[in-house]
Ligand binder design. Structure first.
Ligand code: FES
Length: 87
């Protein structure tokens, strides 16, 4: 049975972009080709997370298979995608 593809939406809204989201657009440099091949990745306008920011949940935000993640760094993005791919 074929695995479902991983849907990744990287916020490129202003709050996320200035808080490091721009680095996430370089995701291709951090993912191995096999993992990259399992993902549908797109940049998107504001995901809404910045409107409910708290001390622990700040931009940049990324949505993976419908779950919104905060404080996403390139390293965390890779870690999250590996977790989802191997779940
Ligand atoms: S600008 Fe990214 S969640 Fe609002």
């Amino acid at each position: 049975m074929r695995k479902q593809r991983i849907k990744v939406r990287i916020c490129v809204g202003t709050a996320c972009f200035v808080q490091g989201g721009a680095d996430l657009l370089l995701y291709g440099d951090f993912l191995d080709p096999e993992l990259l091949g399992e993902c549908d990745i797109e940049g998107t306008s504001c995901l809404g997370g910045c409107k409910a920011e708290s001390r622990d949940r700040k931009a940049p935000f990324v949505e993976i298979n419908g779950t919104l993640h905060a404080n996403v760094t390139p390293a965390l993005l890779v870690e999250l995608l590996r977790e989802v791919a191997h779940a």
